[in-house]
Write a protein that binds this ligand. Structure first.
Ligand SMILES: CC(C)(COP(=O)(O)OP(=O)(O)OC[C@H]1O[C@@H](n2cnc3c(N)ncnc32)[C@H](O)[C@@H]1OP(=O)(O)O)[C@@H](O)C(=O)NCCC(=O)NCCS
Length: 164
């Protein structure tokens, strides 16, 4: 499907509940709880003038949040590294090309911010099989696995794309 440019808007504190609901619908309740904590932490840091290395962007249509993508630089790690976070598309729209467009927009954003290595954390459980295939088809290389990472014993799978 041809990609059309979309505009991503920076997420605001008032978007937290809707963004978490999108994560619950598209992933699961456990991920939604983790997301709620990190988003509360992020906006709390901003209140105190602190940089937590995180940015979140939303795709909206007619006021509804239909896509979410985040970038996270571990501020204690290399400046050139960035991780994709909470990447999801509303279930009603999955499989129509929006995820491809969002990921490409996130890569463009990451390049503008001078990141050079784009990492993705995902998991080896069946829920994420389509996501893994999605990343592999879009030029990401599986660069590592950490066994028994999640409380349910699922392993973390890391993908990497070098940004040029
Ligand atoms: C992964 C995700 C963001 C992709 O978004 P999308 O809008 O479905 O992506 P696209 O339509 O551009 O591409 C869909 C492709 O991914 C595959 N795919 C992956 N998950 C899919 C899903 N849940 N529904 C439909 N297609 C899916 C399709 O088979 C298609 O294959 P292709 O690579 O041969 O083109 C989206 O499916 C999603 O939100 N999944 C649940 C949350 C998730 O797993 N996020 C990633 C966390 S690491």
């Amino acid at each position: 499907m041809p990609q059309t440019p979309i505009s991503l808007l920076p997420m605001q504190r008032t978007d937290i509940e809707a963004a978490v609901e999108l994560i619950r619908k598209s992933m699961n309740g456990i991920e939604a709880r983790f997301a709620h904590k990190t988003m509360d932490f992020h906006f709390g840091c901003l209140d105190h003038g602190l940089n937590d290395g995180r940015e979140y962007y939303l795709y909206r249509r007619e006021g509804r949040i239909l896509g979410l993508v985040g970038l996270h630089n571990y501020i204690w790690g290399p400046r050139e590294n960035v991780w994709l976070t909470w990447f999801c598309v509303h279930p009603e729209l999955q499989g129509q090309g929006l995820g491809t467009t969002l990921l490409s927009a996130a890569e463009t954003m990451a390049k503008k911010l001078d990141y050079r290595k784009f990492f993705i954390e995902t998991y080896d459980m069946p829920d994420f099989a389509r996501a893994r295939a999605f990343y592999e088809k879009r030029g990401y290389t599986r660069s590592g696995t950490i066994d028994n990472y999640l409380p349910n014993r699922a392993g973390m799978v890391v993908y990497l794309k070098l940004l040029q």
